[in-house]
Write a protein that binds this ligand. Structure first.
Ligand code: LER
Length: 283
C-alpha cells in the first residue's frame, strides 16, 4: 500500500513563517515527501491562502497541526479555554483553506504541563474536555475537517497518555468531527504493545505521526515498523504518515519534547533517512 508520506516543518524550523515556507517545501518535495505538516503556533504566523499556492507549486498536500503552547488548554485548570476554542476555530478555518482533512494535536492541555489527579478529578477533567470540545467538533464536522486528538507520553501530559484513555474520553464525540492522532513516539513509551493499541483504535484514527523511538529517523531505531504498518492496515487507516521531530531551537516544543541534542547528523539526514526507510518498508 502506498501512503502519503508527510514531513513536519518542525523538523527544520519554528515557528513556521511565510518567508521560510518556500525553501522548506522545495526541500521536502525534493526528498520525495508528498505533503507538509504545518504547525500553526500563533494565528497570523503564516498565511494559509499563500501557503496553499506555494504547496500547489510543488504538488504538496497539507496537514494542519495545532500547537498547544503555554496557556492553551480546553481544561480551565491549565489555560484559557475561550482563547483556545478561538484558536482551534482559526485552525479549522486554516485547514479548510489549505485543503487539510484534519487539525492534529494534543488539544486538551499545554504540552509539557503535568499535574496529579485523583480518580474523581480525572473524571471531571474528561467531562470538561468533552463539554469544551463538543461545539468545536460540530463546527469541524460541518467544515469537513476532523479534529484529531493526540495522546502524549506521561512526561508531556498527565491528561491522555494511552489510546485506551483517549478512546474513552472522546467516545461520545468520535465521528466526522473528532478522531485520534497517533504518534509512534508516544505509543512506544506508553503502550504495552503499540501495534495492538493501533488496532484497538480501528475506525477512529484520523492522523498518524511517525519518527524513531528516540525522535530521530524512522528505521534507525528499535520500532517494529513492519508490525506498525500491518497494524495500521488492520485498523483500516490508509491516511498519511507524518514525520514529526524537532530541533533544540524550537521555543514552543523543545523543552516539552526534551530535545537536548541533535537526533541525527543533520535535520536533512533525519528527513531523508526516514522517507527512504518508509518507502523501503512499502509504507
Ligand atoms: C506534539 O505533536 C507532540 O508529539 C509532542 O511530543 C511535542 O512535544
Amino acid at each position: 500500500m502506498s501512503r502519503t508520506i508527510a514531513v513536519n516543518t518542525w523538523v527544520w524550523a519554528s515557528p513556521l513563517s511565510d518567508a521560510i515556507l518556500e525553501p522548506l517545501a522545495r526541500k521536502a518535495a525534493g526528498m520525495g515527501y508528498q505533503a507538509l505538516e504545518l504547525p500553526l503556533e500563533d494565528v497570523g504566523d503564516w498565511d494559509p491562502a499563500h501557503t496553499r499556492e506555494v504547496l500547489d507549486g510543488f504538488g504538496l498536500g497539507a496537514i494542519l497541526v495545532g500547537a498547544m503552547g503555554p496557556g492553551r488548554s480546553l481544561l480551565a485548570r491549565a489555560g484559557d479555554v475561550d482563547a483556545t476554542q478561538r484558536y482551534l476555530r482559526s485552525c479549522i478555518a486554516a485547514a479548510v483553506t489549505l485543503g487539510s482533512e484534519v487539525v492534529a494535536g494534543p488539544f486538551y492541555a499545554p504540552t509539557g504541563v503535568t499535574w496529579r489527579m485523583t480518580g474523581d478529578e480525572r473524571a471531571d477533567a474528561v467531562a470538561e474536555l468533552r463539554e469544551n470540545l463538543r461545539p468545536l467538533a460540530e463546527e469541524a464536522a460541518s467544515a469537513g475537517v476532523m479534529l484529531t486528538i493526540e495522546p502524549l507520553n506521561r512526561y508531556e501530559t498527565s491528561v491522555l497518555n494511552t489510546v485506551e484513555q483517549t478512546l474513552d474520553a472522546l467516545e461520545p464525540l468520535l465521528g466526522a468531527g473528532v478522531g485520534l492522532a497517533l504518534d509512534t513516539y508516544h505509543l512506544n513509551i506508553e503502550e504495552k504493545k503499540p501495534a495492538d493499541a493501533i488496532r484497538s483504535a480501528a475506525g477512529a484514527i484520523g492522523h498518524v505521526q511517525v519518527c524513531g523511538s528516540d525522535r530521530g529517523a524512522v528505521g534507525d531505531d528499535h520500532t517494529d515498523w513492519p508490525e506498525i504498518l500491518r497494524a495500521l492496515d488492520d485498523a483500516g487507516y490508509h491516511g498519511p504518515l507524518g514525520l514529526e521531530s524537532f530541533t533544540g531551537e524550537n521555543a514552543t516544543i523543545a523543552v516539552a519534547a526534551s530535545v537536548w541534542r541533535p537526533l541525527a547528523p543533520s535535520q536533512d539526514d533525519l528527513a531523508r533517512r526516514s522517507i527512504h526507510a518508509l518507502r523501503a518498508l512499502g509504507a
